[in-house]
Design a protein around this ligand. Structure first.
Ligand SMILES: Nc1ncnc2c1ncn2[C@@H]1O[C@H](COP(=O)(O)OP(=O)(O)OP(=O)(O)O)[C@@H](O)[C@H]1O
Ligand SMILES: [Mg+2]
Length: 380
């Protein structure tokens, strides 16, 4: 008599098929919840993504995977309600692994109905951290590039304007000088003097605008950052005032840079003054420097090069998110009239860019601000 041997894996049994399918999936956490959110089943995908084995989680609430603040705010229950009332819950969010680390999750929750009664939920979670981070990096690179293009456009406009004004002001100043030689009358001489001072102020302003537009005549010389900082530390401390503790920690072993010393000192002073203004009740300013290999974020196809970055960090009021993209623009200021012209960071930006480097800004409201100015290490 012919004997039929039962295949080792009986794929005709539906529930067995289902169990095999779920247990073969390792890229997705596939599990079931009861109507209150208690975990009923677990699969290898769940273990791979979240780190737990079935014995750790079955019978416990799925809210353990949520960030504590979101779980406390009732998000897990809300999501189940959405799935039940709208037929499905689909979202992206941060979830926790067993070891406490976060991962970016793509989540789907489907309600399971039997004879019109809600008997539980099917939950599918995918770890999309890598894709999310790649997207974020791409977005950041696009934002950096857009910002760089905007600054380039404002820079060109400013440079053209500043050149024209500079030429006009030179003529005005020269004419006033000649007139002043001829006019000795007290009243008229006074008027000429006032006009001369206004022309000088105008010339200073156009010089600052030229710096922003990368049109300043720089005089680079070999610069030892530690030595320069030691030289101007006293001036910086005086500018910061008594209520602020200023620390300078710049290593003597950093590579020599090639920079315009006067502009560098002006840039550091501008940064320290900004930090001081952000801490009217006192605080700390920390000036450090470090060498690092990095790319210029404002250049689309930049290659990694050695840079030295000088960093001025404070614990002041910080900069609002919507202002962060604008603070380097000329005339952007949040200070009252007469307190700030909005040209400090423009000088920092223009000088750094014209020296072949770039600036970085990190700021958080209520916590403080850090500005890095990064200069390329010259290749000899
Ligand atoms: N360290 C900082 N903390 C908080 N806000 C800052 C800081 N640095 C700059 N800002 C913000 O950026 C704006 C622009 O700074 P910037 O130095 O260009 O101009 P300003 O300080 O307003 O005027 P100026 O430097 O010409 O006297 C400031 O008005 C301020 O709102
Ligand atoms: Mg300033």
């Amino acid at each position: 008599m012919a004997q039929t041997t039962k295949p080792k894996t009986d794929l005709r049994d539906e529930s067995r098929q289902f169990a095999l399918l779920v247990n073969s999936v390792t890229d997705y956490a596939l599990y079931m919840l009861d109507p209150t959110g208690l975990i009923q089943t677990w699969n290898p995908g769940g273990q791979r993504i979240k780190g737990y084995v079935a014995a750790d989680v079955v019978g416990t609430s799925f809210s353990r995977f949520y960030l504590p603040e979101e779980a406390e705010a009732g998000m897990p229950e809300r999501n189940l309600r959405t799935a039940a009332t709208e037929g499905r819950y689909v979202a992206e969010g941060w979830r926790l692994r067993q070891d406490g680390t976060r991962f970016r999750a793509s989540v789907v929750i489907d309600p399971i109905w039997e004879d019109g009664e809600l008997v539980g939920f099917a939950k599918i979670t995918r770890d999309i951290t890598e894709r999310f981070e790649a997207q974020e990096q791409l977005l950041q690179a696009q934002r950096d590039l857009l910002q760089a293009q905007k600054m380039e456009a404002i820079g060109k406009f400013t440079l053209g304007l500043a050149h024209d004004f500079n030429n006009l002001l030179t003529i005005v100043a020269n004419c006033l000088d000649l007139i002043s030689l001829k006019v000795k009358d007290g009243g008229v001489a006074k008027l000429i003097d006032t006009a001369q001072r206004a022309a000088e102020r105008g010339a200073l302003l156009t010089r600052q605008l030229l710096t922003f537009g990368k049109g300043q005549a720089l005089v680079p010389e070999p610069v030892d950052l530690a030595a320069i900082m030691a030289e101007c530390e006293a001036l910086l401390r005086r500018s910061a005032g008594d209520a602020i503790a200023l620390t300078v920690e710049v290593s003597r072993s950093l590579p020599t840079l090639s920079l315009d010393k006067a502009q560098l000192e002006a840039a550091v002073l501008n940064l320290v003054c900004n930090s001081r203004d952000a801490m009217p009740k006192g605080g700390t300013i920390f000036i450090t420097a470090s060498a690092r290999r990095t790319k210029d974020p404002s250049v689309a196809d930049a290659v990694e090069k050695p840079y030295v970055c000088l960093s001025v960090q404070d614990n002041g009021h910080g900069i609002e998110m919507e202002h962060q993209g604008r603070v380097f623009e000329p005339f952007f200021t949040t200070k009252p009239i007469g307190r700030g012209s909005g040209l400090g960071l423009s000088q920092v930006f223009g000088f750094t860019a014209q020296s072949g480097g770039f600036t970085e800004l990190q700021s958080e409201l209520g916590k403080g601000t850090r500005v890095n100015v990064c200069f390329p290490v010259p290749e000899y």
